[in-house]
Design a protein around this ligand. Structure first.
Ligand code: CA
Length: 234
């Protein structure tokens, strides 16, 4: 699944340039032009990485970065800060507030992409792994194959994507809305109950003989891969 990048930048030309180049690399790109809007956006969903300009209307990039680091859900979120030339002391401030990397404008796009890629790799090695495993479940991305205790499990395309998404974020709880956003895509309107239907199917296919259920239902919150399950299967 493509990594989702949020670009928070008020210079339209730069946003366009970044979007074009990131999409060409296969990333999914969302863009917000105001700091306060980005703050709201990030309370509703969490991308894989944020590119954050430090001078923004509404709320500065520095302040937004500080807020993101203060919230448990976004404490680990990879952030690349964009700063203008000559803001050396600001750069230091950027790092002090918790950005993982900073890039000085104007920058070379290939260098920017290389740094973004390396940050993503460091932050979520699961994303680039060929085989994802969790307890006795193994998903092979190259072969598009899922096994449980060595037995092959045939999943439909949606169940496969759901499982892949869970395996990329073991233990993390996702609301039905977040799952719809990430697995089905944000532009499609689908009822949230659809998620329950597909989770049900995924469970049935993974546990046909009443094996322990790897998916945990979190009442009022959503679903997660159960970390107890992985421990028990070890
Ligand atoms: Ca700016």
């Amino acid at each position: 699944m493509a990594a989702r990048i949020l670009v928070v930048e008020d210079e339209e030309a730069l946003t366009t340039l970044l979007r074009y180049n990131l999409e060409a690399e296969g990333y999914e790109v969302e863009a917000v032009a105001r700091g306060d809007e980005a703050d709201t956006w990030l309370k509703e969903r969490i991308p894989d990485l944020v590119v954050l300009d430090w001078m923004l209307p509404g709320l500065s990039g520095i302040e937004l970065c500080r807020r993101l680091r203060a919230r448990p859900e976004t404490r680990q979120l990879p952030i690349i800060m964009l700063t203008a030339r000559g803001e050396e002391s600001e750069r230091v401030r950027g790092l002090a507030t918790g950005a993982d990397d900073y890039v000085v404008k104007p920058f070379s796009v290939p260098e920017f992409l290389a740094r973004l890629k390396s940050l993503l790799r460091r932050a979520s090695p699961e994303r680039v792994a060929t085989i994802l495993s969790f307890g006795d479940i193994e998903l092979d991305r190259d072969k598009h194959r899922v096994r449980r205790s060595g037995r092959q499990v045939d999943l439909g395309p949606t169940e496969y994507r759901l499982l892949e998404f869970f395996l990329e974020h073991p233990g993390r709880v996702f609301s039905r809305e977040q799952l719809l956003d990430s697995v089905w895509g944000r532009d499609i309107y689908i009822d949230e109950r659809t998620v329950d239907v597909h989770i049900g199917r995924l469970r049935k296919l993974l546990n046909p003989d009443g094996e322990p259920d790897p998916i945990r239902t979190v009442r009022g919150a959503g679903y997660a891969l159960d970390e107890q399950f992985a421990k028990a299967a070890e």
